[in-house]
Design a binder for this molecule. Sequence first.
Ligand SMILES: [Zn+2]
Length: 369
Amino acid sequence: MNFSQVIGQSKPKALLKSMIDSQRVPHAQLFLSAEGAGGLAMALAFAQYALCDNTRDGEVCNRCVNCIKASKMIHPDIHYSYPTVGSNVVATNFLKEWRQAIEENPYMNLNQWLQKIGAENKQGNINKNECLAIVKKLSLKTFEGKYKILIMWLPEFLGKEGNRLLKLIEEPPENTLFILVAENQELILNTILSRCQIVKINPLQDEEVAQGLVEQKMIGEEEAMKIARLANGDYNEALFLTEHTENDNAKLFLEWFRGCYKGNAKELVELTEKLAKLGRENQKYFMMYSLHFLRELMVLGITGKADSVRLQTTEKETALNMSKVIGFRKVEKISELFNEAIFHVERNANPKILFLNTSIKLHKVLRRN
Ligand SMILES: [Zn+2]
């Protein structure tokens, strides 16, 4: 995770970068984040920035060994701690799930995380064993990096066990950084709170949420703004809404795809006109969405499992039907077609000609044996 993947939040980003750049990093910080505002994403980006060998102009290089390991969450100097379920476990028992959860959505909330580790109705906590494990881990020397970093997500769940960490937080070993990512200040032990420097991460602006959806989820600008307004600065909520409300691109894509399959000339011309009216940016997102649909269609074809596919319910049904008639070879041909279309959209091709042409080619591929 790097800072450019963290949505919005230019102020705390600048503050955190300047700490590293000037080598004045407080050894214990508490990122106090509104829900879905990106506290955890920010902590991950901060850790990578702190360890990167070649930061330049406020960006990490994404190429050095520290960047690569940090982004894969396998850096030996970055440790993670988070709520788990059960008294005899430590966070590392769930490291595989943790990496997967972050890869899927670094804006997740506690409930989503607990579902991921199969907690059902049990309460999560950061228990005694975990605190002891942290003390032990942080007493080791750094392996490769300049800093040894502990990212603790939701220290609210430490309870009294948190007192075991006080000495460590107050007098940490050299070059050790604590980053606690919390959402609720009142639930954190005062003894811990008083030892941390607080960095506030406020709810996102609607425009920031919308931009995140456009860039990361290939949603058209208008649609993204509609969702952002409903999400109240919570990007996690926006992602949920995106998956559970009908998306304009999805609707249009299915309409177009069905039209191309049928191949009725009049209908194809009408659809082409509709696509031509979208405007260049939206045409690009539409085509990118189409590629996304194809990718998911392939996953479905390979795994045969509808629940492993990132599509909405209505799209899934269509995808399921399609995967029965469209084989791997056709999917490959179609993605070539779509990539070509994106290439031409970006170069200002005449949209009516481009989409009619693409529609006819698509029809041929779909109907070929
Ligand atoms: Zn780097």
